[in-house]
Ligand binder design. Structure first.
Ligand code: GGG
Length: 357
């Protein structure tokens, strides 16, 4: 019997539709494995910003500090500039809680056809390990001479030895639990300071993992390889921006952005980690009840794994596969006609049925 205190932030747009399905599935698996969740809902969103001028209250990060984990939907909505919503909610949480790993699995699940022809399930199975606290996502910079012909913008990229080494070590450790292969995303031919530094740190850290095979590609050709040879990869480690872009591309290669989960991890477990789908708030489909909840549900399985509930995490994964094998319960992004709730209910039902076997 275990009990967890989870902060739930639905956020914006389809976050309001997919998070309830994620909770439905977690409740179902909790019943099966005697896990109790104390859900604490926070209505932090662009709506909150429009009402109060802040995405989260002044003491918002302190409010989250005591939780075992944070379960997040999506952030951003028309009417609030994207940089305001991201820097007002998602990025402060990632940084305050030293969630320096953004782990984004890319796996072709059974029942899903890749748009890249000829790849059966299991042949595409890798993880993007995205640096999540520094890099190109930096507040350092500014604007000068606004509204004149001389207007300019400067954006500094921050790569620290500590920041690079800890994400690289995480990638190598993860590879040791998988197929012992790490690919580094770089662009050291064009980005003259930070990327050669990243390459140097990659080769230094790699020396401590002589059993792990390494590759490194410039981001441009690496993107092409993601499409043409997605079976080449095991663990792909990348800076903040490169990792963000690669994981959306990876999601498309395995069927839909609606399937892609992520975990913002503080590996030392000194602070809560946060689990969220890779996708955003999708204003174009928000309110229609057709968003795919699978990325949110799979993120819940990653949360269970992180909380030390591997059997429950596995049960969610098995139920996901069972539902994806059924073409009748698919949302429109996968060519089906089911709605968000029907998919969530089907996954929860699979878990309940398996418990009775
Ligand atoms: N699922 C959270 C969300 O809305 N993500 C959308 C997004 O734009 N994220 C930016 C990032 O991960 O850096």
């Amino acid at each position: 019997m275990s009990r967890y205190k989870i902060a739930v932030i639905e956020g914006d747009g389809i976050g309001h539709e997919v998070v309830p399905e994620g909770l439905r599935v977690l409740e179902a698996v909790g019943r099966r494995y005697q896990i109790t969740f104390d859900w604490h809902h926070f209505d932090w969103s662009c709506q909150t910003y429009l009402k109060t001028g802040r995405m989260i209250p002044e003491n918002g990060l302190d409010q989250l500090r005591g939780f075992d984990a944070i379960y997040l939907g999506a952030v951003g909505y028309p009417g609030v500039p994207d940089q305001v919503s991201l820097w007002g909610l998602l990025i402060p949480i990632r940084r305050a809680f030293q969630q320096y790993v953004n782990l984004r699995p890319v796996r072709l699940r059974r029942g899903i056809e890749s748009p890249v022809k000829g790849f059966p399930p299991r042949q595409i199975d890798f993880c993007v390990v995205r640096e999540n606290n520094e890099g190109e996502y930096s507040e350092v910079g500014g604007r000068l001479y606004r509204d004149t012909d001389a207007e300019l913008a400067v954006q500094e990229t921050i790569f620290t030895r500590r920041g690079c080494d800890r994400i690289l070590r995480y990638a190598f450790d993860l590879a040791r639990t998988r197929k012992s292969h790490v690919t580094s995303a770089t662009k050291s031919n064009g980005i003259i300071h930070t990327m050669p530094f990243w390459d140097e740190r990659f080769s230094q850290v790699a020396k401590h993992f002589p059993d792990v095979r390494t590759d490194q590609y410039h981001i441009d050709i690496l993107s092409a390889h993601f499409v043409q040879h997605p079976d080449w990869f095991d663990v792909v480690v990348a800076s903040n921006l490169f990792g963000d872009i690669l994981s959306d591309l990876g999601a498309a290669v395995v069927g839909s952005i609606g399937l892609a989960p992520s975990a913002n991890l503080n590996p030392e477990q000194q602070h809560p980690s946060m689990f969220e789908p890779v996708h955003g708030s999708a204003p174009d489909i928000a309110g229609k009840g057709i968003a795919n909840p699978i990325a949110q549900v799979w993120s819940g399985a990653m949360m269970l794994e992180h909380l030390g509930e591997p059997k429950a995490a596995r049960a969610v994964e098995v139920a996901l596969d069972a539902v994806l094998a059924r073409p009748d319960v698919r949302t429109p992004d996968l060519g089906g006609r089911a709605n968000t709730r029907e998919v969530g209910e089907a996954i929860a039902h699979e878990i309940a049925v398996a418990a009775q076997l």
